[in-house]
Design a protein around this ligand. Structure first.
Ligand SMILES: Cc1cc2nc3c(=O)[nH]c(=O)nc-3n(C[C@H](O)[C@H](O)[C@H](O)COP(=O)(O)O)c2cc1C
Length: 195
């Protein structure tokens, strides 16, 4: 599978089989994060790998009432990777100019993991809906770290097919012409631009 095939085939997977992810595959996924680019090569990230069912079961607790549905499926994931970052000096300097490079860095690293997992036939889903103070306490994450996002991983419950990993159809995406501006009509940003 080449990178573009993996990009097309990936889906958010929220139903997992009971099969555990092999240790060598977890290492490969983490290696993909390790090799990710980062601003000033600061690599100011840390990944907490959770395979303890008891802890995973507790992740959906303490989200605001009425919102547990967004995250409760995570209990069935055999593995969760918590994406943490600690701002480096260069990140603080970038922030003076309103650049949120720390968030970009961790997002790229997490995306590398998603793509590596996809290539290995492992389903993933980002989880942005969590209670950060609670998860930090649950996992003993030091105060100086922030959690950007959680990544649930596991083999999909349903068989994969040509359409997508886990047999899931692609969710709709905007057309390129809706999201791309070509700087060819004398305008710097042209939201009405047609390809
Ligand atoms: C930063 C981020 C946070 C997300 N948080 C959640 C979440 O808390 N719960 C959930 O079920 N899906 C979550 N998702 C998954 C999105 O809903 C999903 O990517 C989107 O609907 C597109 O579907 P697809 O990934 O299958 O293409 C999140 C995705 C991203 C990128």
């Amino acid at each position: 599978m080449n990178v573009f095939e993996a990009i097309e085939w990936r889906r958010s997977i929220r139903k997992f089989s009971r099969q555990k992810i092999e240790a060598d595959k977890i290492l490969k996924i983490l290696e993909a994060a390790r090799l990710a680019p980062s601003s000033s090569n600061r690599q100011a990230w840390h990944f907490v790998v959770i395979d303890d069912k008891e802890i995973i079961n507790k992740i959906p607790d303490r989200v605001p009432a009425g919102t547990r549905g967004i995250i409760k499926w995570i209990k069935d994931a055999p593995l969760v990777i918590v994406g943490c970052y600690q701002k480096a000096l260069t990140h603080y300097i970038a922030q003076i100019f309103k650049h949120e490079n720390h968030l970009i860095d961790i997002s790229i690293a997490m995306t590398h993991m998603v793509m590596a997992a996809t290539e290995l036939g492992i389903g993933t889903c980002f989880v942005g809906w969590f209670n950060e103070p609670y998860i930090k306490k649950l996992l003993d994450i030091p105060r100086r770290y922030r959690i950007a996002v959680l990544l649930a991983l596991g083999y999909p419950a349903e068989p994969s097919n040509k359409r997508g990993i886990g047999g899931i159809n692609a969710r709709p995406r905007k057309k390129l012409k809706e999201i791309v501006s070509y700087n060819k009509f004398g305008k710097k940003f042209n939201p009405d631009c047609c390809l």
